[in-house]
Design a protein around this ligand. Structure first.
Ligand code: FMN
Length: 245
C-alpha cells in the first residue's frame, strides 16, 4: 500500500460518508431483510441467570479513575451472581417499549447487532464450556462443554490472559441486523456498539474489583469456528478477558 488513501480503510470511510446528497441514496441497495432481533438456541440446555446484585459501590468518578486494562488474574473462580451482573451491565434490558427493548448500552437504531458468547473457565457451579447469552430470557445457553482456554489463547495470538481469565467474553456481529437499515455504513455503527458494550464491561468489572482486558487481536476464523458461526452473516468482532485480581 503506497499511502492511506490507496487502502480499503480510506475507501470505506469515503464511500460510507453521509452528505446532503448521499443521504438521499442511502437505501440504494434495495430492501434488505432484517434477521430476527434475538438469537436463541432452542435445543440448548438453559441456565437461568440469578438476579444481579448491586452492592454498595464506588462512585462513577472513582470507577472511571481506576479503570485499567488488566491482564493478570488470580486463579480463583468468579460467582454466578458476579457473571450475571456483568452480563446485565453489558446488555441487560432496562426498558420495554412497544416494539423495542432498550438495553444498558446504546445501539444505533436500537437494532442490537452484537451477540455475546462466553468461554467459561472458572465460574462457581457452572461447567466449563462455550455458552451463548440469551438476552431476552436473561439466561445462558450451553453450546458445548469443555475447556476452550488453550485453544482460544492460540486464536488470540497467544495472549495468555485468555486462559488466565475466569471467563472470556466473545462478541459477534449479526451484520444484516444493522445493514437492513444502514446499508454499508452499518460497519461503522456495529463497531461503535461493540465499543459501548466493552466499556460497560470494563466499568462494571472495575466496580466489582475484577480485572478485565479488551482484545482486538485474534484470528477471526479460528474464533468463529469455536463458536460455530459462519464468519459471514455472523462474525466475531471483539473479545474481553475477565478474572479476579
Ligand atoms: C479495540 C481494542 C482492542 C484491544 N486489543 C488488545 C489486545 O489484543 N491485547 C491487549 O493486551 N490489549 C488490548 N487492548 C487494550 C489496550 O492495550 C489498552 O486499552 C491501552 O493500552 C490503554 O490502557 P488502559 O485500557 O489500561 O487505559 C485493546 C483495547 C481496545 C480498545
Amino acid at each position: 500500500m503506497k499511502s492511506y488513501k490507496d487502502g480499503i480503510a480510506y475507501q470505506y470511510l469515503r464511500e460510507t460518508k453521509y452528505d446532503r446528497e448521499s443521504i438521499l441514496r442511502r437505501h440504494d441497495l434495495g430492501q434488505i431483510p432484517r434477521p430476527p432481533a434475538y438469537k436463541t438456541y432452542p435445543e440448548a440446555a438453559k441456565i437461568p441467570l440469578p438476579r444481579s446484585v448491586f452492592g454498595k459501590t464506588k462512585s462513577l468518578w472513582d470507577i472511571l479513575d481506576q479503570r485499567r486494562s488488566r491482564r493478570r488474574y488470580a486463579p480463583g473462580p468468579i460467582s454466578m451472581t458476579t457473571l450475571s451482573t456483568l452480563l446485565w451491565a453489558i446488555q441487560g434490558i432496562t426498558l420495554s417499549a412497544r416494539d423495542y427493548q432498550f438495553r444498558t448500552a446504546p445501539s444505533a437504531g436500537a437494532l442490537y447487532p452484537v451477540e455475546t458468547y462466553l468461554s467459561i473457565h472458572r465460574v462457581s457451579d457452572v461447567k466449563q464450556g462455550m455458552y451463548h447469552f440469551n438476552v431476552l430470557d436473561f439466561a445462558l445457553e450451553e453450546i458445548v462443554q469443555g475447556n476452550f482456554g488453550e485453544h482460544l489463547t492460540r486464536a488470540a495470538l497467544d495472549q495468555a490472559m485468555v486462559r488466565r481469565g475466569a471467563v472470556l467474553f466473545i462478541w459477534t456481529a449479526i451484520v444484516l441486523r444493522s445493514m437492513s437499515k444502514y446499508r454499508n455504513r452499518c460497519i461503522r455503527y456495529i463497531f461503535m456498539d461493540a465499543g459501548h458494550i466493552g466499556q460497560n464491561l470494563q466499568l462494571a468489572a472495575t466496580a466489582m474489583g475484577l480485572g478485565c482486558c479488551p482484545i482486538g487481536a485474534f484470528y477471526d476464523e479460528e474464533i468463529n469456528q469455536v463458536l460455530r458461526v459462519d464468519g459471514e452473516e455472523e462474525t466475531a468482532i471483539y473479545l474481553a478477558a475477565v478474572g479476579k485480581l
